[in-house]
Write a protein that binds this ligand. Structure first.
Ligand SMILES: [Zn+2]
Length: 319
């Protein structure tokens, strides 16, 4: 699952590539990923919307999405937490959450010539090259200059939601997000204060992964932050000293920034917008390194189940 450094990588790359480009056409092949308006998509994820008023109709959301996006120009691409925010001409905003396996591949003429539209969309050396659009390509954006943006999602948990710019404040998920870890607003005082209010059974790894505490930190970066801080993932938040909390806090920014600099970690399924891989995986100290020697002390990295997640740690470097 992409975390903050991976989403930030996608945002920076798409901002550079898409700004000032105009959408010529959109082809939605899986309408259940599409939302129209600020409301949630619901568990059923119906591909249809019903219109209200005198003339009630059932309309495929994909067709509305295609019609509304045609001719729109991309003004900017940014993010809040792990939600991508595309500002478009005509006062529209496209919100995209990649969830587990959503991915964008942007192909201009140069890249198309180089790759023949074939990409290793699953991030494994053994994964086959897939010709795009493939069976996991659910939305295809064509631009006026001939470039194409493919949206793939193997597991289909992601969504693309089109709203009016004025509706941004009504988007529930945005209103629920806690502070951005790389913002000035995320201070040590706030972190310490929130940690005192943690519930009894919450471990420090779960706490770091809680979007209401701080956004964008998932399995990979919580493991790496705790390694740098020397604290084991299964420790209960309420049992961690202020000094240790300070250490953890002080590692959040540097670890995430290192991930961004490496263009994300492709140990999961993440790939960059040109189909290449992020390099952060080589710099991991603990995540994905169970049974391998610690890069600092040589002890064997261990792992522990915490809820549905696995935390990896060095039994010597982390207390
Ligand atoms: Zn160690």
């Amino acid at each position: 699952m992409p975390e903050l450094p991976e989403v930030e990588t996608v945002v920076r790359e798409l901002h550079k590539k898409l700004v000032s480009r105009t959408i010529k056409s959109v082809n939605v092949r899986a309408s259940k990923l599409i939302g129209i308006g600020p409301a949630g998509l619901g568990n059923k994820r119906s591909p249809f919307v019903k219109t209200t008023g005198d003339k009630q109709e059932t309309i495929d959301k994909g067709r509305i999405f295609e019609r509304l996006l045609k001719g729109k120009r991309v003004l900017s691409v940014r993010r809040r937490a792990k939600l991508l925010i595309f500002s478009l001409s005509g006062n529209y905003i496209l919100l995209v959450h990649l969830k587990m396996t959503g991915q964008f591949i942007f192909e201009d003429k140069v890249l198309k010539k180089k790759t023949g539209s074939k990409y290793r969309i699953l991030n494994k050396l053994t994964a086959p090259l897939v010709q795009l659009p493939g069976k996991h390509t659910h939305v295809i954006f064509k631009f006026q200059d001939g470039a194409t943006l493919y949206y793939n999602d193997v597991r289909k948990f992601s969504y693309l939601k089109l709203i009016k710019a004025a509706e941004l404040s009504q988007v529930a998920e945005i209103n629920e997000y806690g502070p951005e870890p790389l913002s000035r607003g995320f201070t040590l005082a706030i972190f310490l204060e929130v940690s005192k209010k943690a519930s009894k059974k919450v471990t420090i790894k779960q706490f770091l992964m809680d979007n209401s505490v701080v956004v964008g930190i998932g399995n990979i970066y919580s493991d790496e932050i705790l390694f740098q801080a020397g604290v084991r993932p299964e420790r209960l938040v309420l049992g961690i000293t202020n000094q240790e909390l300070r250490k953890i806090y002080s590692q959040i920014g540097p670890v995430l920034k290192k991930g961004i600099k490496a263009k994300g970690s492709s140990v999961g399924d993440f790939i960059r917008t040109d189909g290449t891989w992020g390099a952060m995986g080589k710099y991991h100290f603990v995540y994905g390194r169970r049974k391998l020697p610690c890069k600092v002390c040589g002890s064997i990295i261990e792992s522990i189940k915490l809820g549905g997640r696995t935390g990896s740690y060095c039994p010597h470097c982390q207390k």
